[in-house]
Design a protein around this ligand. Structure first.
Ligand code: SF4
Ligand code: SF4
Length: 59
């Protein structure tokens, strides 16, 4: 699996970070980054939480 964050779109708002129940995501240097990908349960809540389409999860 792969979590893609499109830095040109991400504003670092933190919506996806707080939505993820599994602490996969963090804000770092002004944008989101996936740091604990092994915790991901592929729920896609982070994708749904981002109005900008800046994060995608590929399974
Ligand atoms: S919700 Fe979208 S814009 Fe906000 S930090 Fe996450 S990926 Fe970036
Ligand atoms: S798909 Fe679900 S578990 Fe995986 S990073 Fe997104 S919100 Fe977290």
């Amino acid at each position: 699996m792969f979590i893609a964050v499109y830095k040109d779109k991400c504003t670092g708002c933190g919506s996806c970070v707080s939505t993820c129940q599994n602490q996969v995501l963090v804000i770092e240097d002004g944008s989101c980054r996936a740091v604990r990908t092994k915790n991901c349960r592929y729920c896609m809540d982070c994708v749904a939480s981002c109005d900008l389409g800046a994060i995608k999860v590929f399974v």
